[in-house]
Write a protein that binds this ligand. Structure first.
Ligand SMILES: Nc1ncnc2c1ncn2[C@@H]1O[C@H](COP(=O)(O)OP(=O)(O)OP(=O)(O)O)[C@@H](O)[C@H]1O
Length: 262
């Protein structure tokens, strides 16, 4: 198996404002969001980062996507360092988060072309890719409708196709089905499986056990910014459910329960 992603000892801390201290119920001025995190992902696999709210999943994925800088350690995508070669990394990754907000004024058609050109995708390739993806996600009917007038699900689908406009080798999804209705969520999860079958590596963060059980080849459980358990899904679950395994690990860490109900 070819190693596509290598994450070594990432560390990220945030200064907490008074308001954040109140929310986090702490007097500490600094929050260690990611605490020496390491893991690997291989070609053609779906890797799930599973963890409760505030575990450090989003922060980790934002470091891998070169949106924020790590304070220590490094991560390598096809051997390129996120700290030293961010431009090379950006060519090879697509990043999607439900927090991504597309500009309301533009149409899906315009945005796809704009980001495609930004990534230097050749015009005929871009057109072919757009036709395929817009048809697949039912965007073609809305391609000239301004984003501001689209439904939430359609906006999310547009964000998804734009995140992969440059056909990246590794696709990073932060909570890929968050806020989607069941039909759109299924379209997205089916598409993740299709990407995997094309040899792409997918890293996704989630707190939904069933999503991990359905999709992921390997799983890393993050608690308090630390990797507490990492293995293939069958090795992690053995004869148990992922949920049971997770709570055993979580309780062993002395964690307080803070888990979204899905
Ligand atoms: N910009 C920031 N400033 C201060 N604290 C932050 C910032 N970003 C994240 N944090 C804190 O870092 C910790 C990890 O946050 P992160 O968003 O990475 O967790 P997560 O695992 O993605 O959680 P969730 O499932 O809720 O999205 C949390 O305690 C969060 O409040």
């Amino acid at each position: 198996m070819k190693e596509i992603l290598l994450v070594e000892n990432l560390v990220k801390t945030f200064k907490l404002s008074k308001k954040q201290q109140r929310i986090e119920k702490t007097n500490q001025r600094v929050k260690i969001a990611v605490d020496g995190l390491s893991f690997k992902a291989f070609e053609g696999e779906i890797y799930g980062l599973l963890g409760p709210n505030g575990a450090g999943k989003t922060t980790t994925l934002r470091i891998l996507s070169t949106l924020i800088k790590t304070e220590d350690g490094d991560a390598f995508i096809e051997g390129f360092s996120v700290t030293k070669q961010p431009n090379e990394v950006r060519k090879r990754i697509g990043f999607l988060t439900s927090e991504l907000k597309l500009e309301d004024f533009f149409t899906p058609n315009y945005l796809f072309d704009y980001f495609g050109e930004l990534h230097g995708v050749e015009k005929t390739v871009l057109e072919e890719r757009k036709n395929y993806l817009f048809k697949k996600f039912g965007i073609d009917e809305f391609s000239e409708v301004k984003v501001g007038d689209l439904s939430t699900g359609m906006k999310q689908k547009v964000s998804l196709v734009i995140s992969i406009v440059h056909d990246p080798k590794i696709i990073i999804f932060d909570e890929p089905t968050n806020g989607l209705d069941i039909i759109t969520a299924k379209t997205v999860t089916d598409f993740l499986e299709e990407l995997k079958s094309l040899g792409k590596t997918i890293i996704l963060s989630t707190h939904i056990f069933s999503l991990v059980e359905k999709l992921c080849d390997r799983v890393g459980i993050i608690i308090n910014g630390k990797m507490t358990l990492e293995d293939t899904l069958p090795n992690i679950t053995k004869n148990d459910t992922l949920e049971n395994v997770f709570f055993k690990v979580y309780n062993a860490q002395g964690g307080e329960l803070e888990w979204k109900i899905c």
